[in-house]
Ligand binder design. Structure first.
Ligand SMILES: Nc1ncnc2c1ncn2[C@@H]1O[C@H](COP(=O)(O)OP(=O)(O)OP(=O)(O)O)[C@@H](O)[C@H]1O
Ligand SMILES: [Mg+2]
Length: 414
């Protein structure tokens, strides 16, 4: 296997950094995942690097652990980005085919997408993705692929994602300092949507909700395209905080209680309302107890608030009236709380399901078929997916600045 074929998907979450290593499969159609690992992440908050050295150290730990499982070393990574500094717009572009030969070429498609990039952005921001939503030819809309067709006026609707250049540079620098070449920086939820939302769900209308620790990402799909993306600066860590305050205990204890006993829907408390849960108080010694009923009374209002904000975000967008018959596809650690799909169904008033990796979408070792790996799996598969190929323009870095030996160089100081 050519070493350059082995690549990694790197997901820097607020709580953990996850790395998945993969290579193209034998048919060259998809990716075969060789290994992966997840380690606690330091130096990242709400998707933004706040300490480059800490973030670089976490990245190196995750990649080295993933390399041990994969039995392969990796030099190049697809890096995920998310956070409130990401913004998005829809725009339109038009391009006249002024030749006598009117057959549309791939160059014409690239040119019309370029015209659609003309949006006013401040000089501390940059365009991360330009995703075609649909083409038009001589005023006929809904042309899926105009290449090879004849026409005089080529039009395109696009969804544009922009990001803070400084935050992007810090993220890339953390990966570079860890010793890796960044092949592409990808807005993670886009990759997740390609991975977890089926083509039919994207076509008929659906919504992806990624409930992370400190960020929620929302994507609305309709007619096969990304229509709306939004980053919300809030996440499931808020539930942990509520529990720590409500139960007067430390955050790690509150986190354990949340993951083990937390439920997102009242129907799951039935019969266990009086079950006592033991934990240590703030002094680390005093044994305390809380009944399941009381625990749920702390958790449920926050679950409802998080989902209400998701619903309001879509309601306040231009896509409030778009019908989403396929409902919400839920991912991220926060969505793993028992009963979360039921809560989403009720609050968002639409069908809801968990989006989980499975063998129908990726070949991977069994231990990686877990929601915790979804984003890293999605990132490593994204460049091979159809929407990525159609995305025309995304941020690619000049490669090769940092290679494997550089990691040895930094080993001692990281
Ligand atoms: N089984 C579970 N039940 C309830 N909550 C869970 C469970 N697993 C993880 N979580 C919560 O999910 C959150 C972390 O989600 P995730 O791993 O998707 O976030 P992240 O990617 O690290 O952060 P972000 O994307 O916001 O930067 C934490 O609040 C964690 O407590
Ligand atoms: Mg995440």
């Amino acid at each position: 296997m050519a070493k350059t074929d082995v690549v990694a998907g790197l997901d820097l979450g607020s709580g953990k950094v996850t790395c998945v290593i993969a290579a193209p499969d034998a048919e060259g159609q998809g990716m075969r995942v060789l290994g992966g690992a997840s380690v606690p992440c330091r130096g990242v908050k709400g998707g933004v690097v706040i300490n480059i050295q800490d973030a670089a150290r976490s990245i190196r730990q995750a990649v080295e652990k993933a390399e041990a499982q994969a039995g392969e070393m990796v030099h190049s990574v697809y890096l995920g980005v998310r956070g409130a500094h990401l913004e998005s717009y829809n725009n339109h572009g038009a391009y006249n085919i002024a030749r006598t030969d009117k057959e549309i070429t791939q160059e014409d498609v690239t040119a019309v997408i370029e015209t659609a990039k003309a949006i006013p952005i401040s000089n501390d921001r940059e365009i991360l993705h330009v995703i075609p939503q649909g083409f038009g030819l001589d005023r006929q809309r809904g042309v899926p692929d105009p290449v090879g067709m004849e026409g005089s006026l080529l039009e395109v609707d696009v969804h544009i994602v922009t990001a803070s250049s400084n935050h992007l540079n810090n993220l890339n620098r953390a990966a570079s300092e860890a010793g890796f070449e960044v092949l592409e920086t990808i807005y993670s939820p886009l990759a997740l949507g390609e991975f977890l939302v089926t083509p039919e769900e994207r076509d008929l209308g659906s919504m992806l909700v990624d409930l992370g620790g400190q960020t929620i990402s929302v994507i609305v799909y309709s007619e096969g395209a990304v229509r709306f993306t939004k980053e919300i600066e809030l996440g499931a860590d808020a539930i942990t905080r509520d529990l720590a305050i409500g139960l007067q205990t430390h955050m790690p204890t509150a986190e354990n209680i949340k993951v083990e006993f937390g439920v997102a829907h009242p129907s799951l408390v039935n019969g266990s309302a009086d079950v006592p849960i033991s934990f240590k108080g703030l002094d680390g010694r005093t044994e305390k107890q809380v009944r399941m009923q009381v625990l749920t009374e702390i958790v449920l209002p926050r679950v409802e608030e998080l989902l209400t904000i998701v619903g309001e975000t879509v309601q306040n967008s231009n896509y409030a009236d778009v019908v989403l018959p396929c409902g919400a596809i839920l991912t991220g650690g926060g969505a793993m709380m028992r009963g979360f799909p039921d809560a989403a169904k009720q609050v968002l008033n639409m069908s809801s399901r968990l989006g989980l990796p499975h063998s129908g979408i990726v070949q991977a070792p069994e231990n990686l078929m877990d929601s915790a790996y979804s984003t890293a799996l999605a990132l490593v598969c994204y460049p091979q997916t159809s929407m990525s190929r159609a995305s025309g323009i995304s941020r690619r870095r000049e490669g090769g600045r940092w290679v494997r030996w550089a990691r040895g160089l930094f080993k001692d100081i990281l």
